[in-house]
Design a protein around this ligand. Structure first.
Ligand SMILES: Cc1ncc(COP(=O)(O)O)c(C=O)c1O
Length: 487
């Protein structure tokens, strides 16, 4: 409740009756915007106690305001500030102060914002995102059931306090099994930390490594939120081209031989944005470079669990890297529910430092979600769901590739990705993406204008066509619109 005692001051020595003084002050508070339309005022008894007045005085003030239509009496609920107020002219009112406008009274660091698509279609629209799962396939019932059973368990009140910066032990234990089964990772508990998504893990790892003006190697193009994160920490980015086999490892070696490189950031499977997977040959070469130069590497394997063509190549983290690879992954896409749980795998001293740093911004993770996820990993729900969604996403990928080649012809180029949730679709120079996006919007299709993929790199004239969240009909509709645009 608002501190009415401070907001409403009355003076019995004034000629104006006290109830009138209260009514006037309440009108003032409504005009200042402090009492918003729809807000219920305290009951007359409560307000009278606060103001140390007789209750009848407050009732008289409320009655006055109801009769003037400033307040509405709602049976059994009390008095509410009216929704359709009589002449409010805040502009002519002198006393109101709004402490929060747009501009701050001080300067501060700003992170570049991503540019939104050029034009958003009006009304309901088909949206091509850059690779999200389909929430419609999510095992909602299982998730709700599991959360409920965690909340109802006698241990729940204790669970609320558990866990420090590294996350819930039950989930970390389940992950030992899961990561060994899916990635051949041979690790133990002190090597795992749960984070709020892969993004938090990227930030924490980078913050422990990077100091101002440190040199960091990234792909060209690269995942923009990694670039922005490293730059915010003061890094200078050295961009190494990414081709059909992944990042150019020879160039990485050359850079390492000439300059002091602080860190290498890699997306080994379904690189963002290009979706290519680092070839086995380059992995072997890279491992040797990492060992030779003791090069710290962030291996971001954000959607390893989505593989369609063949078994995925194991991550660098599973091979002999001399303790130099910080492996990052995520469950944010696994259930299609946007559960913000990711993880970092690293030598235990690094994990301790990351957990200490994490506590400065987030004391502990979401224990309810972490326990529920641990249970779903243990009873096989996650594995079953991944199997089912992989099958559907593979069909969607194949359908999209078929439609793109048969309907869009030479206007676009792409390589079929072995997994993930998007196709890297390059438009021919004849079709500048900004124009394509603007025209698509007029036909009810929202697509990226490509800006976010060109950050710091050469203009790409390409976008990630996220297929996983669209059903067959939606994929066909999106391609038809693109076909019209390109004609
Ligand atoms: C390459 C890459 N890394 C990290 C992330 C962040 O993942 P999360 O949602 O788990 O934070 C994304 C998000 O899509 C991504 O594309």
């Amino acid at each position: 409740m608002l501190p009415f005692k401070t907001l409403i001051q009355t003076d019995k020595m004034l000629k104006l009756p006290v109830y009138q003084q209260i009514a006037n002050r309440l009108i003032g508070l409504i005009q200042e915007g402090l009492l918003k339309p729809g807000l219920f005022l305290p009951g007359s008894r409560v307000l009278a106690i606060q103001l140390e007045l007789h209750r009848k005085t407050v009732i008289a003030a409320y009655d006055e305001l109801v009769s003037q239509d400033w307040l509405v009496a709602v049976p059994r609920k009390g008095v509410m500030v009216a929704d359709n107020l009589p002449v409010i002219r805040p502009r002519t009112y002198q006393g109101g102060i709004s402490p929060y406008g747009e501009a701050a009274g001080f300067s501060f660091h700003q992170t570049p914002a991503l540019q939104a698509p050029v034009t958003k279609p009006a009304g309901a629209a088909l949206v091509i995102n850059d690779g999200f799962p389909d929430a419609r396939l999510a095992p909602l019932t299982d998730w709700v059931k599991e959360c409920r059973s965690v909340i109802e368990s006698p241990r729940y009140h204790k669970l609320l306090m558990y866990g420090g910066g590294t996350g819930l032990e039950a989930l970390r234990r389940q992950m030992l099994v899961y990561l060994s089964g899916t990635r051949g990772l041979n690790i133990s508990l002190p090597h795992i930390m749960i984070t709020r998504g892969a993004q938090m893990a990227i930030y924490l790892a980078a913050a422990l490594l990077i100091k101002k003006d440190d040199l960091v190697i990234v792909g060209s193009p690269n995942y923009i939120f990694a670039d922005l994160c490293f730059e915010q920490l003061g890094a200078r980015l050295l961009r190494v081209p990414v081709d059909e086999e992944g990042i150019d490892v020879d160039m990485i070696e050359q850079l390492c031989s000439k300059r002091k490189i602080k860190m290498l950031y890699l997306v080994t499977h379904h690189h963002h944005p290009t979706t290519v997977t680092l070839s086995a040959a380059r992995r072997m070469k890279l491992l040797a470079v990492i060992r030779k130069y003791k090069l710290p590497v962030i291996e971001d394997d954000y959607d390893y669990d989505f593989h369609y063509s063949s078994a995925p190549i194991l991550p660098l983290a599973s091979a002999d890297h001399g303790g130099n690879v910080i492996y990052i992954g995520s469950f944010t896409k696994s259930l299609g529910l946007s559960i913000r749980i990711g993880f970092m795998i690293a030598p235990s001293h690094f994990i301790d430092a990351a957990a200490n740093l994490r506590r400065l911004m987030d004391l502990r993770g979401d224990n309810l979600a972490e326990q529920a996820l641990a249970n779903l990993l243990q009873d096989g729900t996650i594995e079953r769901h991944l199997k089912k969604s992989n099958k559907i996403y593979k069909e969607r990928r194949d359908l999209l590739c078929h439609l793109l080649s048969t309907r869009l012809g030479n206007a676009v180029r792409f390589t079929v990705p072995s997994g993930g949730m998007a196709i890297w679709l390059r438009f021919s120079k004849k079709y500048p993406l900004k124009k394509v996006a603007a025209k698509a919007a007029t036909l009810g299709l929202q697509i990226s204008n490509g800006d976010q993929y060109s950050y710091g790199a050469a203009p790409q004239n390409a976008l990630r066509f996220g297929f996983a969240s669209l059903n067959n009909k939606e994929i066909a509709a999106a391609v038809s619109i693109l076909e019209k645009v390109l004609k």
